[in-house]
Design a protein around this ligand. Sequence first.
Ligand code: ADP
Ligand code: MG
Length: 601
Amino acid sequence: MTSLSDAAVEKPAELGHKASALTAAGPFVALAAVAAILPLIGNDYWAVIATRAAIYWVLVAGLNLIVGYAGQLAIGYVSLLTLGAYVTSVLAAGNVLPAMPLAVCFAAAAMTGAIFGVVVGLPALRLRTFYFAISTLGFATIVTQIALAWQSVTGGGIGLTGPEFPKPFDTPWGFYTFCLGVAAFATWITSNVAHSRYGRALVAIRDADVAAEANGISKSRALIPVFLLGGAMAAVAGGLFAVLQTYITPDAFTFDLSVLFFIAILIGGRGSILGPLIGTVVLTILPEFAAPLAAWSTFLYAVLLLVIVLAVPGGIADVLDFHNRRVLTNNRAIVPDPSVLPGLYAGRPAAEPLTMRGVVLAFGGVRALDGVDLTIEPGTVHGLIGPNGSGKTTALNVISGYYALQKGEVRIGDTPLPTGRPELRADLGLARTFQTPRVVAEETVLENVMIGGTVSGRAGFLTTLLALPGRGRDERELAARGRMALRAVGLESLADVRASRLQHSELRFIEIARALMLAPKLLMLDEPAAGLSPDEIARLGDLISAIARHGTAVLLVEHHADLIFAICQHVTVLNLGRVLADGTPADIRSHKEVVSAYLGG
Ligand code: ADP
Ligand code: MG
């Protein structure tokens, strides 16, 4: 059996990880090498094109976190480029305030960009995707109109001169070198964010928002830092753009530019940095090779986008992802190893009972929960059964905060659980899995599990951005813990495989591993045995029992009566939102009404 699962990875996990980190850096090193020899082989004309690509990338790198990682359709991002270009140019020209040093101009632009990055982004917290996309376009129009109308400051339609760089950056290749440095820095900081709990939180919001909340990720707290960062980077790019143009007018900032930024990310591939980087370079250079077609550039972008979306839906990043093309064995057995659980539970607060008292929740006229009392003791498996529609999932949703109860109370230990607010549950030690597994298909198994540890990370956003020691410590601890949790559920050999390649049963076990990252006080499992083979159900039962033995209170909603009676110490039967029976498995099995209404025999 081990030989089967070992076939998925040829190298020990640690070595494999280092090797894949090296392969990941390879393409960036190659690109940097090409960028470094350009000045030796190209003319001044190419210096301008290459500089433009570097500047666009500074903007796209930040936007990539918002669009590619968090999945928010911010299409009108040219507005922040415009804003940055005008702030730097106006401050450097000194036509309003006394002329300021370049560093101050750029710092002011970055700050303005950060503020307006949040202003442009905020609607994303309320509006659905397309409405948000339109709102960003609206903002772009407003900025252009203000630049046109506010003549005393911006020069209106006539425009104004861009800032000038001092020696040695005042030549085309000198300025190129400067912008290349900024672009490299942009790549580095966004990659630091992407490969951290902040980046994983963004992807979780994009692909599994309900699971993200259950893991303690609040949409606003995850998005606001990247709105700040994306806005600041776009505005700095705007300042550099003004220097490159030497003279700016409102019509330099066209809708086409917004489209270019957005499409560079789409053809690059979601959740990748290398892909959108290549996308940006290609889209910047493309019109140069097709000069006669310049008027058609938007059309060309659209065609390119269509071709890529149809031929390789994952974008450039997918084409370059050789690692995930390795064949996986088909008959992989899931063999949990509960012996690692003590490691996961070490140093965690002791579990506490969960109590529901008189909980009522009605949907219109339907009383889904009608005065439910329930106590789940630490160290036990508590079964919750009942016919379809009896309120089992609703009970889990009330405890996890997705539904606000109308009467009654839910407590963990002595702490009342705040009504609603699912994102506060993880901090209180509550974890759950879902009736339909909710994982991020495009991330690796290990990264999915690490999402479960989001609330235990300690490094702040700035620490993460600049890769200060706290970020490294967080990542090492989370990864080590993630591997331990995967070992506990029997999926360690698949840690570095993308989750989209796994079977349904394996996804169920990933969700359990993700929940184990918290060493939870309460673990809620919604029909975890659905779709598993009898062998897998038996192993799942052993795993759940072992988790309870380590102190966790387990609430198990399940249709497989055999599993319920085999591993539960206590069973509650719901019917029409009320507790029909409550007791040991033996009590329930001999309960007349339960047998006639539900167990059917
Ligand atoms: P179970 O999980 O036991 O099959 P549920 O908790 O999903 O049952 O549903 C209990 C009752 O509440 C059902 O009558 C269902 O139709 C109703 N219900 C559940 N969720 C909602 C909702 N979001 N809106 C309206 N009715 C709902
Ligand atoms: Mg249900």
